[in-house]
Design a protein around this ligand. Structure first.
Ligand code: AMP
Length: 208
């Protein structure tokens, strides 16, 4: 009985849902921020980049399909990403929300996310947009030098793809009144606090 009640966690009035998308260029720190805030808010951080890297490391079929694309700095196809994200968001740990890092990255992916949420009668609560000046992004990338992914030409390609395909989502979400812009060119803890403030302010406005 208890296990049955647990299987589908319905948030009470004192537990606002947190369906949040993190937007920002590669190197803006959105992955770091999403992971830290996930612990604080008790909802999962879902990084599509981490999921794909794990698939590559495991040598799964998904991993074999995406490895070369990831190494080049290009985007994995929208249809394949729709499968990955639909499956992940169907997991029970997302009942009270999620912090999405790295998805959506294209207009088509934003539509897919909307459709997934509409299918469960829910909606996005906030889109946190972390801004960092271009010179700082390049400086961070050089400092990081994680491996193949961080070769200078790949870094530049990832930035170009971001500008072309993902940046238009900023206006899309601003138009929906969801965008919360945060200056990411500050110490990690200050950025974290600003994101929390932005999310809490919204919750208060919504009367929660
Ligand atoms: P990230 O760690 O979010 O920068 O993702 C690393 C790489 O994974 C990206 O450069 C893409 O090749 C791929 N990837 C991650 N998320 C997506 C997505 N939503 N759409 C397409 N490709 C993605």
């Amino acid at each position: 009985m208890a296990a049955e009640a647990d299987a589908r966690r319905v948030p009470g009035p004192s537990a606002p849902s947190r369906r949040v998308v993190f937007l920002g260029p590669p190197g803006s720190g959105k992955g770091t921020q999403a992971a830290a805030l996930a612990r604080e808010l008790g909802v999962p951080a879902i990084s599509t980049g981490d999921m794909l890297r794990e698939a590559v490391a495991n040598g799964s079929e998904l991993g074999r399909r995406v490895r070369r694309i990831m190494e080049s700095g290009e985007l994995v196809g929208d249809e394949l990403m729709a499968e990955v994200v639909t499956e992940r968001l169907a997991q029970p740990d997302t009942g009270r929300g999620f912090l999405l890092d790295g998805y959506p990255r294209t207009a088509s992916q934003a539509e897919t996310l909307l459709a997934i949420l509409e299918g469960e009668d829910s909606t996005l609560d906030h889109v946190v947009f972390i801004t960092v000046p271009e010179e700082e992004l390049v400086r961070r990338a050089i400092q990081r030098q994680r491996g193949a992914d961080d070769k200078e030409e790949v870094v530049r390609e990832r930035l170009r793809v971001y500008r072309e395909k993902t940046e238009p989502l900023v206006d899309y979400y601003r138009g929906k009144g969801l965008l919360r812009q945060v200056d990411g060119n500050r110490p990690v803890d200050d950025v974290r606090q600003s994101i929390l403030d932005a999310i809490e302010a919204d919750a208060t406005e919504a009367g929660e």
